[in-house]
Write a protein that binds this ligand. Sequence first.
Ligand SMILES: Cc1ncc(COP(=O)(O)O)c(C=O)c1O
Length: 378
Amino acid sequence: MKIPSNKILETIPPSGIRKFFEIVAENPDVISLSVGEPDFDAPWSVREAAIAALENGATHYSANRGSSELRGAIAKYFARKFGVAYSPEKEILVGNGASEIFDLVVRSVLNPGDEVLLFAPSYVMYAPLVALAGGTPIFVQKISEIAKKISPKTKALVFGYPSNPTGATFTKSELTKIAALVERNNLLAISDEIYAELSYETKHISFASLPKMKAQTATISGFSKAFAMTGFRLGYLLAPENLVAAANKIHQYCALCANSISQVAAIEALENCDAEVAKMRAEYKLRRDFCVRELRKMGFTVQKPAGAFYLFPNIRKRTGLSGDDFALNLLKKERVAVVPGSAFGAEFADHIRISYATGLAELETAFERMAHFVQSLK
Ligand SMILES: Cc1ncc(COP(=O)(O)O)c(C=O)c1O
């Protein structure tokens, strides 16, 4: 029998990042600067909370929206950190990672043919999930291009900051410009703020904290990055009541609820782990400064990223190579893995993404090898 297939899915290429991970997995002596995952383990008190949760029998479904205790803790945390108040009963949904939450949001709001504006380059999940939800992704590279790309079919604008893959964040004045466009064109802003706590230069400004924006914003966040809890698979949505209800309708059919053990552990993360997060942030900042210094020594032009744990340099100007050739040869000759920029769109084929979610000692070796590789190209 020929297995039936989804026509939209057939048009979506496999993740360029995943493709590269598979090559890395076959080469165990490779230093990988390719994964967007903290090298830190989750804080010990979070793990202890998970152990205690299991011991206490947290082995059941929770409420579909997430336990009321966790929703309460998320509301308190977001108000304390970013100054926006959400109702735990009506405006918060807990899901299996920011990934599931993004999927739920686009499936809740899109109809076939609707357009969604996305920044390029941006995190690889946005465009495929928009397409699978029946939407058409439309890319912009700068805020100044947004107005030109808005049509009567545009329903939402997606952005993530600090950004994966560039590490750049928006300034207050940039956010204000985006807010004006969102308001004027009656768009839903889908703001992925999962790296909010990993901002190195300025305090993160949540989009929903801007005047009038809370009513037009779906804020997405989670525990994977700042709390190093990727494997716990937990994220959340902060949004107007009707959007949370719609997203929960899908969530209750496709997931029932998020992992109950993770939900208990997440409360500990939100309430008692500020110091742990600050320690990790300080370490990432040291690594960022090291990577920028080393890349500049090699002759690359790099801007210091303001957050997250990525650099996205153009390597063509210095080396003459495409990102794909650079990444493949660096892997083959020096056993260092980075992600080719093409994974983020054909127009970024001259870039590579470097993740510095790797310890300094390994970064030092990786950058020595990269310098050796770049030297060899002369
Ligand atoms: C910008 C961004 N959003 C969301 C995610 C996914 O997060 P989660 O582990 O909560 O699904 C990632 C993971 O790399 C990311 O970089």
